[in-house]
Design a protein around this ligand. Structure first.
Ligand code: TYM
Length: 352
């Protein structure tokens, strides 16, 4: 596989592709919600979009974590994202801490962000409830996220439903900075997949599938689960007492809707095709069997590629280093514009 900054550059210079930025935390095992709500779409659209995708290790240290685990999970996530179809010749997949502009941009944006905006964030409320001590970083999390997005002048931010509020905050921060200083920032749009944007827990379809609960048996399908485990989790999924296999917004039927949504995104079919596929099904047992089959089939090549990539960590690190170079080339000039706008004296590089 050829990996060169030049290739990516020449493509981005074509000027026809809209720029996309998104991120994912290297904490916990990636699960089907991450894949269907985010990773799959990033890969599917990499020919039409200019993708910047970031493994956000600086965000990951806002809560307690183990340093060795973080290092391991960061590489594992990189391998998983490449395995899910991100092509280093088309997408820039990099580690956030490799590009220091993110932390610097966060500081500047902190200084235009009213603290009340952060205290209102639902994710902050959820994650801080019940903790004896909450880090300043956890409160500041969405400002770092705004910096991620704004540094790349991204037009689109594809995320699952749970991150929409953070992207809206990034819009508010961009507009406030543009008003106070200079029109520097593109105001980004959240892009939420209609189905797949909120994949729900298999054991409880009223809560979203989440890495945080993926240790609970039957809650999630983890992307590295063995076929038997996937089948077991899907067969145990909570449904309802009816027997009708069709899409529905009825909260009572959320379990079946969730399974159909997974099938839809895995097979790239439209709703009517999905319902037609199940016209001859004999009840929810059949539905679950086929959903498990398409997930197992779809994940098999991903798992194979993942283990190949993890076998050569030096090559993985090299791919990430190339991407980080490209990310720096794009983000550094924007950081300089920010510094100029707020009144910093820029260093005199002519002396070096
Ligand atoms: P994170 O790591 O929690 O999740 C990564 C992506 O997966 C989506 N997702 C889901 N989508 C559908 N159904 C689910 N059950 C589900 N669970 C997770 C998330 O919405 C997300 O798109 N704060 C971000 C990372 C981030 C970021 C950014 C995102 C940092 N900087 C800049 C966009 C732009 C996060 O914690 O994602």
């Amino acid at each position: 596989m050829q990996t060169s900054t030049d290739t990516i550059e020449s493509q981005s210079n074509s000027g026809t592709r809209r720029r996309v930025f998104s991120g994912v935390q290297p904490s916990g095992d990636s699960q089907l919600g991450n894949y269907l709500g985010a990773f799959k779409g990033w890969g599917d659209r990499q020919d039409e979009k200019e993708n910047f995708l970031c493994i956000v290790d600086i965000h990951a240290i806002t809560v307690d974590q183990d340093p060795e685990e973080l290092r391991r999970q960061t590489r594992e996530l990189a391998a998983m994202l490449f395995a899910c179809g991100l092509d280093p010749d088309k997408s820039t997949l990099f580690i956030q801490s490799h590009v220091t502009a993110h932390a610097e941009a966060c500081w500047i944006l902190n200084c235009v962000t009213p603290i009340g905006w952060l205290e209102r964030m639902t994710q902050f409320k959820d994650k801080s409830t019940g903790l004896d001590s909450v880090s300043t970083g956890l409160l500041d999390y969405p400002v770092l996220m705004a910096g991620d997005i704004l540094l790349y002048s991204a037009h689109e931010v594809p995320v699952g439903e749970d991150q929409k509020q953070h992207v809206e905050l990034a819009r508010d921060i961009a507009q406030r900075f543009n008003r106070i200083y200079d029109e520097l920032f593109v105001v980004p749009e959240p892009v939420i997949p209609e189905i797949g944007g909120r994949v729900m827990g298999l054991n409880d379809p009223s809560v979203k599938m989440s890495k945080s609960y993926s240790h609970i048996r039957g809650h999630a399908v983890r992307l590295l689960d063995e076929p038997k485990e996937i089948q077991r989790s899907i067969m145990r999924a909570v449904t309802d007492s009816e027997n009708e296999i069709r899409f529905s917004n009825d909260p009572e039927r959320a379990g079946v809707n969730n399974l159909l949504g997974m099938y839809k995104v895995m097979t790239d079919k439209i709703e009517s095709e999905v319902e037609a596929d199940f016209a001859d099904a004999r009840g929810y047992g059949d539905l679950k069997k086929r959903v498990a089959e398409v997930i197992i089939e779809g994940l098999a090549p991903i798992q194979k590629r993942y283990y190949e990539l993890m076998d050569d960590v030096a090559e993985l690190d090299r791919m990430l280093a190339v991407s980080a170079d490209h990310a720096r080339q794009v983000s550094e000039p924007k950081l300089q514009e920010m510094k100029q706008a707020v009144g910093f004296v820029l260093p005199d590089h002519s002396r070096s």
